[in-house]
Write a protein that binds this ligand. Structure first.
Ligand code: FEO
Length: 396
Protein backbone atom coordinates (compact mmCIF):
# COMPACT_ATOMS: atom_id res chain seq x y z
CA UNK A 1 0.00 0.00 0.00
CA UNK A 2 1.35 3.40 -0.91
CA UNK A 3 0.13 6.85 -0.06
CA UNK A 4 2.77 8.76 -1.97
CA UNK A 5 1.10 11.33 -4.20
CA UNK A 6 3.01 13.50 -6.66
CA UNK A 7 1.19 16.35 -8.40
CA UNK A 8 3.19 17.72 -11.34
CA UNK A 9 0.82 20.52 -12.29
CA UNK A 10 -2.74 20.91 -11.05
CA UNK A 11 -4.61 17.63 -11.56
CA UNK A 12 -1.75 15.86 -13.35
CA UNK A 13 -0.17 13.20 -11.16
CA UNK A 14 2.73 10.77 -11.33
CA UNK A 15 1.27 7.39 -10.39
CA UNK A 16 4.03 5.00 -11.50
CA UNK A 17 5.99 2.31 -9.71
CA UNK A 18 9.47 2.34 -8.18
CA UNK A 19 11.58 -0.74 -8.78
CA UNK A 20 14.17 -0.31 -6.02
CA UNK A 21 15.73 -3.75 -6.59
CA UNK A 22 16.16 -3.53 -10.37
CA UNK A 23 19.80 -4.18 -11.28
CA UNK A 24 19.53 -5.31 -14.88
CA UNK A 25 16.98 -3.77 -17.24
CA UNK A 26 17.12 -6.20 -20.17
CA UNK A 27 20.88 -5.79 -20.37
CA UNK A 28 21.16 -2.20 -19.14
CA UNK A 29 23.03 -2.06 -15.84
CA UNK A 30 20.85 -0.27 -13.28
CA UNK A 31 22.86 -0.09 -10.04
CA UNK A 32 20.32 2.26 -8.45
CA UNK A 33 17.10 0.59 -9.57
CA UNK A 34 14.50 2.16 -11.84
CA UNK A 35 10.95 3.40 -12.26
CA UNK A 36 8.02 2.77 -14.58
CA UNK A 37 6.16 6.04 -14.86
CA UNK A 38 2.45 6.38 -15.46
CA UNK A 39 0.56 9.66 -15.26
CA UNK A 40 -3.01 10.36 -14.21
CA UNK A 41 -4.93 13.37 -15.52
CA UNK A 42 -8.07 14.45 -13.66
CA UNK A 43 -10.41 16.29 -15.99
CA UNK A 44 -13.89 15.74 -17.44
CA UNK A 45 -12.34 12.63 -18.97
CA UNK A 46 -10.08 10.84 -16.49
CA UNK A 47 -6.98 9.68 -18.31
CA UNK A 48 -4.03 7.43 -17.56
CA UNK A 49 -0.87 7.74 -19.66
CA UNK A 50 0.99 4.41 -19.99
CA UNK A 51 1.13 1.71 -17.33
CA UNK A 52 3.89 -0.23 -15.57
CA UNK A 53 6.02 -3.38 -15.81
CA UNK A 54 5.02 -6.92 -14.84
CA UNK A 55 4.49 -7.33 -11.07
CA UNK A 56 3.80 -3.63 -10.50
CA UNK A 57 0.07 -3.39 -11.38
CA UNK A 58 -0.94 -3.41 -7.71
CA UNK A 59 1.40 -0.49 -6.93
CA UNK A 60 -0.01 1.47 -9.87
CA UNK A 61 -3.60 0.83 -8.79
CA UNK A 62 -2.83 1.67 -5.16
CA UNK A 63 -1.35 4.97 -6.22
CA UNK A 64 -4.32 5.80 -8.45
CA UNK A 65 -6.69 4.99 -5.56
CA UNK A 66 -5.06 7.68 -3.42
CA UNK A 67 -6.44 10.16 -6.00
CA UNK A 68 -9.53 8.63 -7.57
CA UNK A 69 -11.49 5.40 -7.93
CA UNK A 70 -9.84 3.64 -10.94
CA UNK A 71 -13.33 2.65 -12.16
CA UNK A 72 -13.78 6.29 -13.19
CA UNK A 73 -10.95 6.21 -15.73
CA UNK A 74 -12.16 6.94 -19.28
CA UNK A 75 -8.98 6.75 -21.34
CA UNK A 76 -5.87 4.61 -21.13
CA UNK A 77 -3.26 6.13 -23.43
CA UNK A 78 -0.88 3.51 -24.80
CA UNK A 79 2.16 5.30 -26.18
CA UNK A 80 4.41 2.24 -26.50
CA UNK A 81 3.67 -1.47 -26.31
CA UNK A 82 6.93 -2.77 -24.80
CA UNK A 83 5.98 -4.87 -21.74
CA UNK A 84 7.48 -2.43 -19.20
CA UNK A 85 4.62 -0.07 -20.12
CA UNK A 86 1.83 -2.27 -21.38
CA UNK A 87 1.68 -5.30 -19.12
CA UNK A 88 -0.72 -3.66 -16.68
CA UNK A 89 -3.47 -2.99 -19.26
CA UNK A 90 -5.24 -6.23 -18.34
CA UNK A 91 -5.34 -5.23 -14.66
CA UNK A 92 -6.29 -1.67 -15.56
CA UNK A 93 -9.23 -2.76 -17.73
CA UNK A 94 -10.48 -4.96 -14.91
CA UNK A 95 -10.33 -1.99 -12.53
CA UNK A 96 -11.62 0.49 -15.13
CA UNK A 97 -14.24 -1.46 -17.10
CA UNK A 98 -15.50 1.57 -19.03
CA UNK A 99 -12.08 2.73 -20.18
CA UNK A 100 -10.93 2.76 -23.79
CA UNK A 101 -7.35 2.26 -24.86
CA UNK A 102 -6.18 5.12 -27.07
CA UNK A 103 -3.22 4.22 -29.26
CA UNK A 104 -1.76 4.45 -32.77
CA UNK A 105 -2.70 2.04 -35.56
CA UNK A 106 0.55 0.17 -35.09
CA UNK A 107 0.13 0.31 -31.31
CA UNK A 108 -3.24 -1.45 -31.71
CA UNK A 109 -1.68 -4.13 -33.89
CA UNK A 110 1.22 -4.70 -31.48
CA UNK A 111 -1.09 -4.78 -28.44
CA UNK A 112 -3.25 -7.49 -29.98
CA UNK A 113 -0.16 -9.50 -30.93
CA UNK A 114 1.38 -9.05 -27.49
CA UNK A 115 -1.70 -10.33 -25.69
CA UNK A 116 -2.99 -13.12 -27.95
CA UNK A 117 -6.62 -13.96 -27.27
CA UNK A 118 -7.39 -10.75 -25.36
CA UNK A 119 -9.97 -8.34 -26.71
CA UNK A 120 -9.05 -4.73 -26.05
CA UNK A 121 -11.48 -1.79 -26.38
CA UNK A 122 -9.18 0.20 -28.65
CA UNK A 123 -9.67 3.58 -30.30
CA UNK A 124 -7.00 4.42 -32.87
CA UNK A 125 -5.64 7.96 -33.14
CA UNK A 126 -3.76 9.42 -36.07
CA UNK A 127 -0.50 11.30 -36.01
CA UNK A 128 -1.24 14.90 -34.98
CA UNK A 129 -4.74 14.15 -33.73
CA UNK A 130 -5.98 15.97 -30.62
CA UNK A 131 -8.16 14.45 -27.92
CA UNK A 132 -10.12 16.79 -25.66
CA UNK A 133 -10.19 15.79 -22.00
CA UNK A 134 -12.33 18.77 -20.89
CA UNK A 135 -10.29 21.75 -19.75
CA UNK A 136 -7.14 20.21 -21.18
CA UNK A 137 -6.29 18.19 -24.26
CA UNK A 138 -3.68 15.82 -25.62
CA UNK A 139 -2.10 16.02 -29.04
CA UNK A 140 -0.55 12.74 -30.19
CA UNK A 141 2.69 12.84 -32.12
CA UNK A 142 4.04 9.65 -33.60
CA UNK A 143 7.82 9.31 -33.33
CA UNK A 144 8.51 5.95 -35.00
CA UNK A 145 11.73 4.19 -33.99
CA UNK A 146 12.27 6.25 -30.85
CA UNK A 147 12.66 3.45 -30.15
CA UNK A 148 9.93 1.12 -31.49
CA UNK A 149 7.87 1.65 -34.66
CA UNK A 150 4.62 2.37 -32.79
CA UNK A 151 6.03 4.88 -30.30
CA UNK A 152 4.08 8.08 -29.86
CA UNK A 153 4.26 10.95 -27.41
CA UNK A 154 1.42 13.09 -26.05
CA UNK A 155 1.55 16.86 -25.74
CA UNK A 156 -0.70 18.86 -23.41
CA UNK A 157 -0.62 22.40 -24.88
CA UNK A 158 -2.46 24.01 -21.95
CA UNK A 159 0.47 23.14 -19.65
CA UNK A 160 3.20 22.96 -22.31
CA UNK A 161 3.85 19.49 -20.99
CA UNK A 162 4.97 16.48 -23.00
CA UNK A 163 4.59 12.84 -21.99
CA UNK A 164 7.70 11.62 -23.80
CA UNK A 165 7.60 7.89 -23.09
CA UNK A 166 11.13 6.36 -23.27
CA UNK A 167 12.69 9.55 -24.67
CA UNK A 168 14.48 11.60 -21.99
CA UNK A 169 14.14 8.62 -19.65
CA UNK A 170 16.69 6.91 -17.41
CA UNK A 171 16.64 4.05 -14.95
CA UNK A 172 17.22 5.26 -11.41
CA UNK A 173 15.18 4.77 -8.25
CA UNK A 174 15.21 7.69 -5.84
CA UNK A 175 12.75 9.15 -3.33
CA UNK A 176 12.50 12.16 -5.65
CA UNK A 177 10.37 12.49 -8.75
CA UNK A 178 11.97 15.57 -10.33
CA UNK A 179 15.37 15.77 -12.01
CA UNK A 180 16.17 19.08 -10.27
CA UNK A 181 16.02 17.23 -6.94
CA UNK A 182 18.89 14.90 -7.81
CA UNK A 183 22.51 15.58 -8.77
CA UNK A 184 23.64 12.38 -10.41
CA UNK A 185 21.40 12.12 -13.48
CA UNK A 186 23.99 12.52 -16.26
CA UNK A 187 25.46 9.01 -16.28
CA UNK A 188 22.12 7.15 -15.90
CA UNK A 189 20.66 9.30 -18.68
CA UNK A 190 23.70 8.64 -20.88
CA UNK A 191 23.62 4.88 -20.23
CA UNK A 192 19.91 4.73 -21.00
CA UNK A 193 20.33 6.76 -24.17
CA UNK A 194 23.37 4.86 -25.44
CA UNK A 195 21.87 1.43 -24.73
CA UNK A 196 18.28 2.01 -25.81
CA UNK A 197 18.05 5.07 -28.05
CA UNK A 198 21.36 5.78 -29.79
CA UNK A 199 20.96 3.01 -32.41
CA UNK A 200 17.96 4.99 -33.72
CA UNK A 201 19.54 8.44 -33.42
CA UNK A 202 18.33 9.42 -36.90
CA UNK A 203 14.75 8.87 -35.74
CA UNK A 204 15.39 11.12 -32.73
CA UNK A 205 16.54 13.92 -35.03
CA UNK A 206 13.40 13.44 -37.14
CA UNK A 207 11.31 13.67 -33.98
CA UNK A 208 13.09 16.90 -32.99
CA UNK A 209 12.21 18.32 -36.42
CA UNK A 210 8.59 17.32 -35.92
CA UNK A 211 8.24 19.19 -32.64
CA UNK A 212 10.38 22.18 -33.65
CA UNK A 213 9.00 25.41 -32.19
CA UNK A 214 6.60 23.64 -29.80
CA UNK A 215 6.91 25.30 -26.38
CA UNK A 216 7.82 22.77 -23.69
CA UNK A 217 7.99 23.53 -19.97
CA UNK A 218 7.80 20.01 -18.56
CA UNK A 219 8.92 16.62 -19.88
CA UNK A 220 7.39 13.55 -18.26
CA UNK A 221 9.28 10.43 -19.41
CA UNK A 222 8.29 6.85 -18.76
CA UNK A 223 11.41 6.12 -16.69
CA UNK A 224 13.24 8.18 -14.10
CA UNK A 225 12.70 11.74 -12.98
CA UNK A 226 10.51 14.43 -14.53
CA UNK A 227 12.20 17.41 -16.19
CA UNK A 228 10.75 20.80 -15.22
CA UNK A 229 13.68 23.22 -14.85
CA UNK A 230 16.46 22.47 -17.31
CA UNK A 231 14.48 21.72 -20.48
CA UNK A 232 16.93 23.52 -22.77
CA UNK A 233 19.93 21.74 -21.24
CA UNK A 234 18.38 18.31 -21.51
CA UNK A 235 17.09 18.78 -25.06
CA UNK A 236 20.52 20.12 -26.11
CA UNK A 237 22.21 17.04 -24.64
CA UNK A 238 19.77 14.74 -26.42
CA UNK A 239 20.30 16.57 -29.70
CA UNK A 240 24.08 16.34 -29.34
CA UNK A 241 23.99 12.63 -28.53
CA UNK A 242 21.74 12.05 -31.56
CA UNK A 243 23.85 14.06 -34.00
CA UNK A 244 27.49 13.95 -32.95
CA UNK A 245 28.09 12.75 -29.38
CA UNK A 246 31.89 12.63 -29.67
CA UNK A 247 33.96 14.79 -27.32
CA UNK A 248 37.72 15.33 -27.23
CA UNK A 249 38.09 12.08 -25.32
CA UNK A 250 39.34 8.53 -25.83
CA UNK A 251 38.73 5.27 -24.09
CA UNK A 252 40.91 2.20 -23.94
CA UNK A 253 39.06 -1.04 -23.23
CA UNK A 254 40.63 -4.45 -22.89
CA UNK A 255 40.49 -7.94 -21.47
CA UNK A 256 43.46 -9.99 -20.46
CA UNK A 257 44.44 -13.23 -18.76
CA UNK A 258 48.14 -12.94 -17.96
CA UNK A 259 48.27 -9.10 -17.90
CA UNK A 260 50.37 -8.49 -21.03
CA UNK A 261 47.43 -6.83 -22.82
CA UNK A 262 46.76 -4.87 -19.62
CA UNK A 263 50.30 -3.47 -19.66
CA UNK A 264 49.82 -2.47 -23.28
CA UNK A 265 46.47 -0.81 -22.43
CA UNK A 266 48.01 1.38 -19.72
CA UNK A 267 50.91 2.42 -21.95
CA UNK A 268 48.50 3.34 -24.78
CA UNK A 269 46.28 5.33 -22.40
CA UNK A 270 49.29 7.22 -21.09
CA UNK A 271 50.36 8.00 -24.64
CA UNK A 272 46.93 9.42 -25.45
CA UNK A 273 46.86 11.47 -22.25
CA UNK A 274 50.38 12.79 -22.91
CA UNK A 275 49.12 14.84 -25.85
CA UNK A 276 46.38 16.42 -23.75
CA UNK A 277 43.38 14.20 -24.58
CA UNK A 278 41.23 12.92 -21.70
CA UNK A 279 41.54 9.14 -21.76
CA UNK A 280 39.78 6.52 -19.63
CA UNK A 281 40.63 2.85 -19.30
CA UNK A 282 38.23 -0.06 -18.67
CA UNK A 283 39.02 -3.69 -17.94
CA UNK A 284 35.98 -5.31 -19.54
CA UNK A 285 36.17 -8.30 -17.24
CA UNK A 286 35.41 -6.06 -14.25
CA UNK A 287 32.88 -3.72 -15.86
CA UNK A 288 29.20 -3.62 -16.72
CA UNK A 289 29.30 -3.40 -20.50
CA UNK A 290 26.41 -0.93 -20.80
CA UNK A 291 28.33 1.49 -18.55
CA UNK A 292 31.36 1.29 -20.83
CA UNK A 293 29.06 1.73 -23.84
CA UNK A 294 27.95 5.13 -22.47
CA UNK A 295 31.58 6.25 -22.16
CA UNK A 296 32.36 4.90 -25.64
CA UNK A 297 29.51 6.92 -27.11
CA UNK A 298 31.12 10.19 -26.04
CA UNK A 299 34.69 9.19 -26.94
CA UNK A 300 36.17 10.25 -30.26
CA UNK A 301 38.61 7.34 -30.19
CA UNK A 302 37.80 3.83 -28.99
CA UNK A 303 40.82 1.58 -28.59
CA UNK A 304 39.92 -2.08 -28.11
CA UNK A 305 42.32 -4.64 -26.75
CA UNK A 306 42.23 -8.38 -26.23
CA UNK A 307 44.66 -11.18 -25.82
CA UNK A 308 44.23 -13.94 -28.36
CA UNK A 309 42.28 -16.86 -26.93
CA UNK A 310 42.90 -19.72 -29.35
CA UNK A 311 42.33 -17.67 -32.52
CA UNK A 312 39.85 -15.02 -31.34
CA UNK A 313 39.61 -12.00 -29.01
CA UNK A 314 39.26 -13.03 -25.38
CA UNK A 315 35.56 -13.26 -24.52
CA UNK A 316 34.94 -10.03 -22.51
CA UNK A 317 36.18 -7.93 -25.43
CA UNK A 318 34.28 -10.07 -27.94
CA UNK A 319 31.15 -9.50 -25.84
CA UNK A 320 31.67 -5.73 -25.86
CA UNK A 321 31.86 -5.39 -29.64
CA UNK A 322 28.06 -5.51 -30.27
CA UNK A 323 27.65 -2.67 -27.72
CA UNK A 324 30.10 -0.66 -29.82
CA UNK A 325 28.35 -1.57 -33.07
CA UNK A 326 24.97 -0.39 -31.73
CA UNK A 327 26.37 3.08 -31.11
CA UNK A 328 26.61 3.50 -34.91
CA UNK A 329 30.20 4.72 -34.41
CA UNK A 330 30.74 6.26 -37.84
CA UNK A 331 32.43 9.43 -36.51
CA UNK A 332 35.02 7.63 -34.43
CA UNK A 333 38.66 6.67 -34.66
CA UNK A 334 39.26 3.01 -33.86
CA UNK A 335 42.30 0.90 -33.08
CA UNK A 336 42.95 -2.62 -31.83
CA UNK A 337 45.80 -4.04 -29.78
CA UNK A 338 46.66 -7.18 -27.87
CA UNK A 339 49.18 -9.80 -26.93
CA UNK A 340 49.39 -13.35 -28.23
CA UNK A 341 51.41 -16.47 -27.64
CA UNK A 342 51.95 -18.14 -31.01
CA UNK A 343 49.37 -17.80 -33.82
CA UNK A 344 47.61 -14.55 -32.82
CA UNK A 345 44.32 -13.52 -34.40
CA UNK A 346 42.50 -11.27 -31.90
CA UNK A 347 43.53 -7.91 -33.33
CA UNK A 348 42.79 -9.05 -36.89
CA UNK A 349 39.22 -9.92 -35.86
CA UNK A 350 38.80 -6.66 -33.88
CA UNK A 351 40.21 -4.50 -36.68
CA UNK A 352 37.84 -6.16 -39.15
CA UNK A 353 34.91 -5.46 -36.84
CA UNK A 354 35.85 -1.79 -36.39
CA UNK A 355 35.91 -1.47 -40.19
CA UNK A 356 32.60 -3.32 -40.51
CA UNK A 357 31.06 -0.92 -37.98
CA UNK A 358 32.14 1.88 -40.35
CA UNK A 359 34.48 3.70 -38.01
CA UNK A 360 35.66 6.90 -39.70
CA UNK A 361 39.28 5.75 -39.42
CA UNK A 362 40.83 2.49 -38.23
CA UNK A 363 44.54 2.30 -37.43
CA UNK A 364 46.66 -0.74 -38.17
CA UNK A 365 46.61 -3.00 -35.10
CA UNK A 366 49.38 -3.27 -32.53
CA UNK A 367 50.52 -6.73 -31.46
CA UNK A 368 52.96 -8.02 -28.86
CA UNK A 369 54.08 -11.61 -28.53
CA UNK A 370 53.99 -12.95 -24.97
CA UNK A 371 55.22 -10.29 -22.48
CA UNK A 372 55.79 -6.68 -23.66
CA UNK A 373 59.42 -5.55 -23.49
CA UNK A 374 60.44 -1.97 -22.68
CA UNK A 375 60.66 -1.41 -26.42
CA UNK A 376 57.14 -2.82 -26.90
CA UNK A 377 55.73 -0.55 -24.21
CA UNK A 378 57.39 2.42 -25.90
CA UNK A 379 55.63 1.38 -29.13
CA UNK A 380 52.33 1.24 -27.23
CA UNK A 381 52.92 4.70 -25.75
CA UNK A 382 53.68 6.10 -29.20
CA UNK A 383 50.62 4.33 -30.62
CA UNK A 384 48.58 6.14 -27.96
CA UNK A 385 50.21 9.44 -28.90
CA UNK A 386 49.27 8.90 -32.54
CA UNK A 387 45.66 8.23 -31.55
CA UNK A 388 45.65 11.25 -29.23
CA UNK A 389 46.95 13.53 -31.99
CA UNK A 390 44.22 12.32 -34.34
CA UNK A 391 41.61 13.11 -31.68
CA UNK A 392 43.09 16.57 -31.19
CA UNK A 393 43.15 17.19 -34.94
CA UNK A 394 39.44 16.28 -35.19
CA UNK A 395 38.60 19.13 -32.79
CA UNK A 396 41.05 21.75 -34.02
FE1 FEO B 1 10.49 1.63 -21.48
FE2 FEO B 1 10.84 0.72 -24.75
O1 FEO B 1 10.18 0.60 -22.99
Amino acid sequence: MTSEKVEIVKDVYWVGAIDWMLRDFHGLWTPKGGTYNAYLIIDEKITLIDTVAPNFSAELLDRIRTIIDPAKIDYLICQHVEPDHSTAYAAMLEAAPNAKIITSKRGAEYLQKSFPGMEFPIEIVDDGETLSLGKRSLKFVQIPMVHWPETMISYMPEEQLVFSNDAFGMQIATPYRFADQIDDWYEPLRSYYSYIVRFNAAAVLKAFKKIEGVPIKIICPSHGPIWRKNIQEITDIYYRWSSSPEQEQAIVVYSTIWKSTEQMAHAIREGIASVGVAAEIYNLEDEQLSRVQGAAMEAKAVVVGAMTYNIDPYYPTAAFMPYLKHLRPTNKIGAAFGSYGWGGGATKVLTGQLKDFKFEEVLDPLNVQFRPSEEDLKRCYEYGQEIGRKVKAAFS
